[in-house]
Each structure stands twice: as structure tokens, then as C-alpha cells.
Design a protein around this ligand. Structure first.
Ligand code: ATP
Ligand code: MG
Length: 565
């Protein structure tokens, strides 16, 4: 009961949904006094940028610590130095902070424990629970058996403790070539769990490590490093995705057989898969390396940095992670659900503004050349706190070329020659002629404003059919607009075997000469807007400036996600 009371008193805002199974578990462990404080960790390998799947794991691990007043550590799982780099280490930290989380204490590294891990490997040798094996990788595979057949003992399995000690020290001293020997645990070559068939603890690899330089030529495996790192840090709940379920007996075997300072436990949850999306760092890296996208933070990438640049807010991503929940089964989530969370957040919070993507000039011939009149536009239809802005209404405005037709049937509720339309928050206008170029293209519409129609219906009773957006031609500015769409054309990009073959060729369309209203020229990078009737857009984090405005389309207006669908 005490744990429960503490929780209620904690200042952290709690989600109103019911607890998921890991929250229930932690609550119980606290209540029963099994643990005094929950300590979790988020353990990324610094071999790529974090993606939306990692966001789920971050929200889970940091969320548990927040909800129950515990700690969450950030530990880089840096046991594969050849694929890792400091660029990734920095980017991962920035992404976690941007998502709204912070880790307890310093950033930690599995590599900080290399000395302790080495000593513990020696400890296993001394107990007769580890041996140096000279089988080549190919031979080891043959000895390993299969899922249906037991493996066979390595001929090196019965080496003496002394010999193993000497050989392991020689491995560390660099006396053997890469791959010539490995250190293995001595468990059970007939185990139905392949992970217990004398798994590898150390490999020889002459690779300079981003943290430890050239101090080591042997590196521990993930399995040997992970649980022991958890034990060193006093992690209570080591949460990983379901594919590690079969590794749990090995995790427990190390904890049981080593003099570790604490006894962590591993728990598994279902990883996030999204349709129309790949969430494997290896595949994301291929998209970057093959220049299919402009980098890890390209707005089409499902990376945290990409979603940020696309205009998704941290709150929207956290809401999405809350919506999908945490369970013990793998499933595929509809990307429309993520888009729904993003759209909902923007609908509530993004100020409205006007932009014309495909500009067509309209000259209002009954206004004087220097006509300049201020009309007031609310920044949000529901949220008055977002205020209003002044827009200059002038003799020439631009509207979207798609909003004008010389002739149209009644379904077309925009501007038609001889008919009326309202310019948003300004006048009703009536078009009466067009100007065409030599190719017959319409280059200008001639129209009249209907007097006294700002905020009023026309006095003659002829109401306009629709409302369209506009920008003053003399006061608005040119902008580059990047229209992003889903990166893959198929719901299951990996289903056909080659995800590169189903990249959407139209996932980015660049519009160079859009017109945007003056307030958008003053936007700061990463500021989000709803461009009326067009969608949600964000000023590009890196490329946008007042002199050369650049906006990315975050998402369209229409919601395609339906609860329960
Ligand atoms: P990838 O397969 O994309 O390379 P990974 O699991 O190798 O991912 P890590 O850096 O090792 O990436 O992952 C750090 C943590 O994030 C792990 O605990 C892992 O379980 C979790 N994680 C990774 N991908 C997902 C996902 N799609 N859904 C939920 N959690 C994930
Ligand atoms: Mg991994």
C-alpha cells in the first residue's frame, strides 16, 4: 500500500489509462518490499540513430522510473566497436533529451565494465565454467547442432583451468590472430535452448574502440556484458524486447554463477513494428548510405531526429507510445495511429496561417493601386489564447491555381469565372475575366471585391459558395515547401524481400515558389503551423531562415486512422 501512496504523491503527471503489465509488476515488487526503488536502463547500441521503436522502449523505461519515483540509466551497449561512433553517441543523447527524458547520473557505457567483466570471465574459468576454444567459426557451427539435434562438445572443452587461464591471458595480450580463439561458457551442448550451448563470452578483434582506444583486443559479447552491467548498476528491471526471451536463462546463469553485487531480472515486451515503415537500424543505414534519403534526420525517416525534423512534437510521440501500450506480444501498428497522434497535437496547438503552394495572381480591379487595409485573422479557431494577427489586404493577392476555374459544376465550391468566393477572413470577391499567356495558360484573374463583406454577407444576398486562402502578393514572401509522403508504397515494405524496391518515388516533392503570409516569414526554425486547407507544416530545423523560408509538410489534414479499425 505504501508504494501506491507514494505514487499518488509524486509530482510526475501520470497517464490516466490502466497500468500495463510491467507497471503492475513494478508496483507489486515495491509493495511487497522486493525492491526499495525501481531502477531501469535504456541500453542503445551506438551504431545508428534512434527510431520510433526505440521511442517505445524509452517511454517504457524512463516512464517506469518516473511513475514509481525510481531511476533510469542510459547505458551505451558498446561491445561492437567497429560499427559504433561518437556521432551516434551524441545524437542518441540529444534525441532522448528532446523526447523529454533525462537519465539518472552520468551517461554509462558497457565498456566501463570491461575490466570487471574480464575478472569475472577469469572467475568462471577458475570455477571450471568457461574455456578457451580453438574451433573456427565454421567448425563451431557444425558442433553447435540444430534446433532438432543436440550439439557436440568441442574438443577443447576439457582444457584445464590453468591452461584456460594462460590462454585467455594470451588472448588479451594480443598473442593470437582475430578469430583464432574464443572464450566460451561451459554449460550444456545438448540444451534445447541454443543460447546455452556453450555460448561465446569473448572474441578477439583488433579494433580501436571509441571509448577504450586500443586497450583491448578482446571484446565481450552482448550476452556476457548485459546482465553483468545491470548487476553493477543495481538495475532491478532489465526490460528488453521479446526476441531476448530465449537469452533469459543465460542471463540468469551468469547472475547465479558470478559474485555480482545485485540480482537484476530480465523482462520482455513486444517490440513496435509499424506498417509502411522499416525499423531496423541496418536497413535505415542502407537508406542513408544509398542516398535514398538525405541523412538519418531526413523527415521521411522513422528516426527520432527525422520525426523531429518532420514536425512531430515530443508530446505527440509520447502520446502515441502511450496509445499503443506495452504487451508481451509482437504486432504491427498502423502508422495512421502515429499520424493521428501527431495531427491531434497539431490541431490543438499549431497556429493557423495562410500559404499558397501553386500561386495564381488575382487583381482586384475596383481597389486602388496602393490599397492597403488591415484584416484581422484569429490564429486558432478554438483556442483564443493563441491570439490573432493582422494581415494586409492589397489590390493583388495570390490564390492557389487549383482554387480557380473558368467553368465548373456546382460541386466546385471555389472561385469560378462570373461567381463569388470568400477570401479567408477578408472580402468576398467575384471573378469577371482572365488574362492568358501565349500558350493559353491563365496567368491572372481579374476580379472585384464586393464592398462591405469583411465579416458580413454580401448585401445583395448572393452568398459565396466557399472560402479559400490567399496571400497578399506585395506583402507575402516566396518560400520553398517540401511535401513529404510515406517513404514506402507498400504496407509491408519487407514482405517482398527487398524493401529498397518499394521506396515511394514521390515521397518528396519540392515546391520552390510558394507564397506565404508575412507572419510565416518571421517563423523560427521548428515552429509548426496549420497552413489553412493544406495541412500541417514546420519551419525546417536547419534550412529555414527569414530570407529563404523553408517549410516541411508534417502531415495532411485528413485523418485516416479509426479506432478499432
Ligand atoms: P535495431 O534492430 O533497430 O538495430 P536494436 O534492438 O539492435 O534495434 P538497440 O540499440 O540494441 O537496437 O536497442 C536499444 C533498446 O531499444 C533495446 O532494449 C531494444 O529492445 C529496444 N528496441 C529496439 N527496437 C525496438 C522496437 N522496434 N520496439 C521496441 N523496442 C525496441
Ligand atoms: Mg541490438
Amino acid at each position: 500500500m505504501r508504494g501506491f501512496i507514494n505514487r499518488r504523491e509524486s509530482p510526475v503527471s501520470e497517464p490516466s489509462r490502466p497500468m500495463h503489465f510491467l507497471e503492475t509488476l513494478v508496483a507489486k515488487d515495491l509493495e511487497e518490499g522486493k525492491i526499495k526503488k525501481v531502477v531501469t536502463r535504456f541500453p542503445p547500441e551506438p551504431n545508428g540513430y534512434l527510431h520510433v521503436g526505440h521511442a517505445k522502449s524509452i517511454c517504457l523505461n524512463f516512464g517506469l522510473a518516473q511513475r514509481f519515483g525510481g531511476d533510469c540509466h542510459l547505458r551505451f551497449d558498446d561491445t561492437n566497436p567497429e560499427k559504433e561512433s561518437d556521432e551516434f553517441i551524441q545524437a542518441i543523447q540529444a534525441d532522448i533529451r528532446w523526447l523529454g527524458f533525462d537519465w539518472a547520473g552520468d551517461v554509462r557505457y558497457a565498456s566501463s565494465y570491461f575490466h570487471q567483466l574480464y575478472d569475472w570471465a577469469c572467475d568462471l574459468i577458475d570455477q571450471g565454467l568457461a574455456y578457451v576454444c580453438d574451433l573456427s567459426a565454421d567448425e563451431a557451427r557444425l558442433y553447435r547442432g540444430t534446433l532438432t539435434e543436440p550439439g557436440r562438445n568441442s574438443p577443447y572443452r576439457e582444457r584445464s583451468v590453468e591452461e584456460n587461464r594462460t590462454l585467455f591471458a594470451a588472448m588479451r595480450a594480443g598473442e593470437f590472430d582475430d578469430g583464432a580463439k574464443v572464450l566460451r561458457a561451459k554449460i550444456d551442448m545438448a540444451s534445447p535452448n541454443m543460447n546455452l550451448r556453450d555460448p561465446i563470452l569473448y572474441r578477439i578483434r583488433r579494433v580501436v574502440h571509441h571509448q577504450t582506444g586500443s586497450e583491448w583486443v578482446i571484446y565481450p559479447t552482448y550476452d556476457f556484458a548485459h546482465g553483468q552491467g545491470d548487476a553493477i548498476e543495481g538495475i532491478t528491471h532489465s526490460i528488453c524486447s521479446l526476441e531476448f526471451e530465449d537469452h533469459r536463462p543465460l542471463y540468469d546463469w551468469f547472475i547465479k554463477n558470478l559474485p555480482v553485487p545485485s540480482e537484476p531480472h530480465q523482462y520482455e515486451f513486444g517490440r513496435l513494428n509499424l506498417n509502411y515503415t522499416v525499423t531496423s537500424k541496418r536497413k535505415l543505414k542502407q537508406l542513408v548510405d544509398d542516398a535514398v534519403v538525405a541523412g538519418w534526420d531526413d523527415p521521411r525517416m522513422p528516426t527520432i531526429a527525422g520525426m523531429r525534423r518532420r514536425g512531430y512534437s515530443p508530446a505527440a510521440i509520447r502520446t502515441f507510445c502511450d496509445m499503443i501500450g506495452v504487451t508481451r506480444s509482437d504486432g504491427t501498428v498502423d502508422v495512421a495511429m502515429l499520424e493521428h497522434a501527431v495531427r491531434d497535437d497539431l490541431n490543438n496547438n499549431a497556429p493557423r496561417a495562410m500559404a499558397v503552394l501553386n500561386p495564381l495572381t488575382v487583381t482586384l480591379t475596383n481597389l486602388s493601386e496602393d490599397h492597403r487595409e488591415i484584416v484581422i485573422s484569429p490564429n486558432h479557431p478554438q483556442n483564443e489564447a493563441l491570439g490573432e494577427r493582422e494581415l494586409a489586404f492589397t489590390r493583388q493577392v495570390v490564390i492557389d491555381a487549383d482554387d480557380f476555374r473558368e467553368e465548373a459544376n456546382k460541386k466546385f465550391k471555389r472561385l469560378v469565372l462570373g461567381k463569388r468566393v470568400r477570401l479567408r477572413n477578408a472580402y468576398v470577391i467575384e471573378a469577371y475575366d482572365v488574362v492568358k499567356d501565349a500558350q493559353g495558360q491563365i496567368v491572372e484573374v481579374l476580379a472585384k471585391v464586393i464592398e462591405n463583406t469583411v465579416g458580413n454577407d454580401p448585401e445583395d444576398g448572393i452568398k459565396p459558395k466557399g472560402v479559400i486562402q490567399w496571400v497578399s502578393k506585395s506583402e507575402g514572401g516566396r518560400a520553398t515547401i517540401r511535401l513529404y509522403d510515406r517513404l514506402f508504397t507498400q504496407a509491408e515494405p519487407e514482405a517482398g524481400g527487398d524493401f529498397m524496391a518499394v521506396v515511394n518515388p514521390n515521397s518528396l516533392v519540392v515546391i520552390e515558389n510558394a507564397y506565404v503570409e508575412p507572419s510565416l516569414l518571421a517563423a523560427t526554425p521548428e515552429q509548426a503551423f496549420q497552413f489553412e486547407r493544406e495541412g500541417y507544416f514546420v519551419a525546417d530545423r536547419f534550412d529555414h531562415s527569414a530570407e529563404a523560408p523553408v517549410f516541411n509538410r508534417t502531415i495532411g489534414l485528413r485523418d485516416t486512422w479509426q479506432e478499432g479499425a
